[in-house]
Ligand binder design. Structure first.
Ligand SMILES: [Zn+2]
Length: 101
């Protein structure tokens, strides 16, 4: 059985998030190197850059083979699904969760 990581829609965030949402998202979205964004506007600017470069989705957890347009490719077995803090945070903060199924 394939499991899928959650992902965040870049376009959906840019369409739906208000200033407070961007600030809150800096708590759970980091750069690839793990460092945090210093402001909501900085994070929003990064999302605009991502969308301009063709990235539609970002993973909510570590995901091997993640595709920026189609998301998680799916993984065999039960251990690869997004759980724990990443899942909880995504559920609290996201309005645009895609499970890519
Ligand atoms: Zn995945």
């Amino acid at each position: 059985m394939k499991r899928f990581h959650l992902s965040q829609s870049v376009r959906g965030a840019l369409t739906n998030w208000g200033p407070v949402d961007w600030v809150n998202a800096t708590e759970w979205i980091t750069r690839d190197d793990g460092t945090k964004f210093t402001s909501g506007s900085e994070l929003k600017a990064e999302f605009l850059n991502l969308l301009a470069s063709g990235v539609e989705l970002i993973p909510c957890d570590r995901c091997d083979g993640f595709d920026p347009k189609n998301g998680c490719p799916g993984h065999e077995g039960p251990s690869r699904i997004a759980t724990g803090n990443a899942f909880r945070d995504a559920m609290q903060n996201n309005r645009e969760i895609s499970t890519n199924q």
